[in-house]
Ligand binder design. Structure first.
Ligand code: ATP
Ligand code: MG
Length: 393
C-alpha cells in the first residue's frame, strides 16, 4: 500500500537512507493518512542516533535530545526525528526513568501506546504493521500494544489518550483495554492536571464531544478532580455542531453547573485565564432567558465582548432553547443601527467628566455606568451634549 507523504518527509527519509540508516514516518501521521485525515504533524523514526541525524541536516533543533529527538526544520515546518528507542520503566506513571536506543524498528513500535499508533511507513518498505494496527483501523478499535494493564501502569496518561482518540476517530475501545482503563484509573492522580486538561480539551473539540460520558462511565472522573467528578454527566449536552473553540465546548459541558462550580473545575484543570473568564460569562448567561426585546438584548450585549455574545446565542441554540432566531435578527438590527452597547461606544468618556469638573474617583465610573444604562434603554440619546446635560454639566 502506498500513501501520500509530504516531500519534506520523503527527503528526510531519503537522505537518512542514503547514509545507511533506516527511517520511516511513524505514529499519528501514518494513522491519520490511512484514515484520510490530515495529520497535525509528521514524525519520523530512525535507526540513526541524534548526533548522526544532526550531522546530516543543516537546520536542526535539540528538542529532546536525551530522549533521542531532534527537530529538522524545512521551509519553516519542524519534523521531529526520533531514534528507535525502548522506554525504560516509568517511575511516576508518566516519565520513563530512562530510554535505551535500539536498532530494531519493531522494538520502537512496541513501546507505543495503541496498535493504530504503532505503524511506520516509507515508500520503499510500505506499511510496517507489527501489532495489527491496520486491522484495528479498519474495525475502528482502540487497543493497547501488548498487555493493557502493563501499558496503563507504565503511563496513566494513556488512559485518557484512549478515550480522546475514541472521540476523535469515532472508534470503540477494545474490551480488555477498556477494563484496564477502569482498573488503572486511580493512577491518573499521578498525572499532572495540565496534561489531563489537554486530553479533555482535545476530547471536547473532537467530532464526538459527547464521549466525555466515557470519562465518567469508565470510572476515571474521580481522579480528574473532585469538582469534575460531581458534574451530572447524564445531562451532558455538547453538540458536535458547536464551533471547535475551547471556551464554547467547555461552556457547553459545564452549562448546568453553577458559575462557581464551573470555574473551579476549570481552575483545577489549569485552563488559561482567558478561557476561564469566557466560560464564566457564558455559564452565567446560558441559564438566563433573554427576552426578545432590544433593550434586554443590549443589556446582555453590554456584559460581554461582541463575539462572546454570538457564542452565547450559538450555545443556547445548541441546547434547544427556543426563540434564538428572533434574538439573532434583533442583534443584527442593533449592530446595523450602531447602537451603543459598551462604555467604549458611549459618547461621553471619563476624560469628558473630568474636563467638566468632576473629581477623579469612584464617581466617574459610577456616572459612566449610569449613562450607559440610560443609553442601553434609549440609544438615540448617545450624544455628548445630551448626556452631559443629563448630569447637569
Ligand atoms: P495527535 O498528534 O493527533 O494528538 P498522535 O498519535 O500524533 O496524535 P502524539 O502525542 O503526537 O500523538 O504522539 C506521537 C506518537 O508517539 C503516537 O502516535 C504514539 O505512537 C507515540 N506516543 C505518544 N504518546 C505516547 C504515550 N503516552 N505512550 C506511548 N506512546 C506514545
Ligand atoms: Mg502528533
Amino acid at each position: 500500500m502506498r500513501i501520500e507523504i509530504p516531500n519534506a518527509v520523503e527527503e528526510i527519509i531519503g537522505k537518512l537512507n542514503r547514509h545507511g540508516y533506516e527511517a520511516f514516518a511513524v505514529g499519528g501521521c501514518v494513522r491519520d493518512t490511512i484514515l484520510g485525515r490530515t495529520p497535525g504533524d509528521w514524525d519520523i523514526t530512525t535507526s540513526a542516533s541524534p548526533y548522526q541525524v544532526k550531522e546530516l541536516f543543516r537546520r536542526t533543533i535539540d528538542t529532546g535530545i536525551q530522549h533521542g529527538t531532534v527537530t529538522i526544520m524545512k521551509d519553516h515546518v519542524g519534523y521531529e526525528v526520533t531514534t528507535y528507542r525502548i522506554d525504560g520503566e516509568y517511575e511516576d506513571g508518566r516519565h520513563p526513568k530512562s530510554v535505551v536506543f535500539t536498532s530494531s524498528l519493531k522494538e520502537d513500535l512496541r513501546r507505543r501506546d495503541f496498535t493504530i499508533n504503532a505503524m511506520a511507513y516509507s515508500h520503499e518498505t510500505g506499511i510496517v504493521d507489527e501489532f495489527g494496527g491496520m486491522e484495528d483501523l479498519a474495525a475502528g478499535v482502540i487497543r493497547c500494544v501488548g498487555n493493557p494493564m502493563d501499558r496503563f501502569t507504565e503511563d496513566a496518561l494513556r488512559i485518557l489518550r484512549a478515550i480522546r482518540f475514541s472521540a476523535q476517530l469515532n472508534f470503540s475501545i477494545e474490551p480488555e483495554t477498556r477494563a484496564a482503563i477502569t482498573a488503572i484509573a486511580p493512577n491518573l492522580s499521578k498525572v499532572s492536571k495540565e496534561r489531563i486538561q489537554v486530553e479533555l480539551t482535545k476530547l471536547l473539540l473532537s467530532d464526538h464531544p459527547e464521549r466525555m460520558k466515557e470519562v465518567y462511565e469508565t470510572g476515571i472522573s474521580p481522579y480528574v478532580s473532585e469538582h469534575f467528578h460531581q458534574v451530572d454527566y447524564q445531562r451532558l449536552c455538547v453538540s458536535p455542531q458547536l464551533p471547535r473553540q475551547k471556551h464554547i465546548r467547555w461552556a457547553a459541558f459545564l452549562k448546568d453547573e453553577d458559575e462557581n462550580a464551573a470555574v473551579n473545575i476549570l481552575k483545577d484543570l489549569k485552563l488559561d485565564n482567558d478561557t476561564i473568564a469566557r466560560v464564566r460569562i457564558l455559564n452565567r448567561w446560558a441559564g438566563r432567558r433573554i427576552p426578545a426585546e432590544k433593550i434586554e438584548i443590549r443589556r446582555a450585549m453590554s456584559q460581554m465582548e461582541p463575539s462572546l455574545f454570538d457564542d452565547l446565542l450559538v450555545l443556547k441554540q445548541s441546547v434547544g432553547e427556543e426563540g434564538i432566531e428572533a434574538l439573532k435578527s434583533l442583534t443584527e438590527e442593533i449592530r446595523r443601527a450602531g447602537d451603543c452597547v459598551s462604555l467604549k461606544e458611549l459618547a461621553v468618556t471619563g476624560k469628558d467628566l473630568l474636563a467638566a469638573g468632576m473629581k477623579p474617583g469612584k464617581q466617574v465610573g459610577e456616572t459612566l455606568s449610569m449613562l450607559l444604562e440610560l443609553v442601553l434603554e434609549h440609544p438615540e440619546i448617545n450624544q455628548k451634549e445630551l448626556l452631559m446635560g443629563k448630569i447637569g454639566c
